[in-house]
Design a protein around this ligand. Sequence first.
Ligand code: AP5
Length: 224
Amino acid sequence: MPELNLILFGPPGAGKGTQADRLRIDFRLPFISTGDMLRANVKDGTELGKQGKDYMDKGELVPDELIVAMARERLTEADAQDGFILDGFPRTIEQANALDAQLAELKRRVTAAILIDVPGEEVVRRLSGRRVCVKAGHNYHVDFDPPKRDGVCDQDGSRLIQRDDDKPEVIRNRLEVYHQQTEPLVSYYDQQGLMRRIDGTRSPEEVHDHIRAVIATLRMEDDV
Ligand code: AP5
């Protein structure tokens, strides 16, 4: 069966990670989050982590050359050869061009860019209540998606914490950066006929069902 090369796209807090976690199980695809990769580098104290941390703490984008090299290497790994779900990459036109070029070298292409659309005020509500587990970054929300036991991850039993960049002033900057640098990708993928829009204000289950329906349609249209 031809591969599914999906991009999950949308403002910070739209629910990309929440949905990617479900979709990778549905479609048995690797979930590649540049945010998670950067946080792992920060935690491990690598050179990339040291270079990226200041940008991340301020809610700015990490420079394209660092991100493109990191994503490029990840996409060459064995598990990404038959499809992938990208979360948080590409985030600039330059990153999108680099991804297209890498896939074209391998006679592959992006199947669809799925935009999970959520207004700014909802982003602030979601991110200020988000909690993530220290072990694997599983996502929860204190009101909308609470864990079974307060402060403990349902999936691996580890402690839940608030991310450093989920402070109100950083959330505002992340939104601004999204509008300025990432939103132009909507037209980029629209022009290629690849953009699919999802109403991200629905419940996580409804958003999941909608994305699955979109993917089913893509498969019928393209025999993907
Ligand atoms: P990254 O980790 O990618 O952060 P982000 O894009 O800002 O996205 P988030 O992870 O905050 O949100 P999400 O959409 O995954 O939402 P989630 O599912 O958690 O990037 C972090 C930083 O790394 C960037 O600021 C940048 O510095 C750097 N970086 C990363 N990639 C880069 C790149 N390509 N180029 C340059 N720099 C890069 O959901 C949020 C909350 O809402 C959760 O609590 C969840 O439980 C809840 N929720 C989810 N869905 C729903 C729903 N439907 N209803 C109610 N609540 C919901």
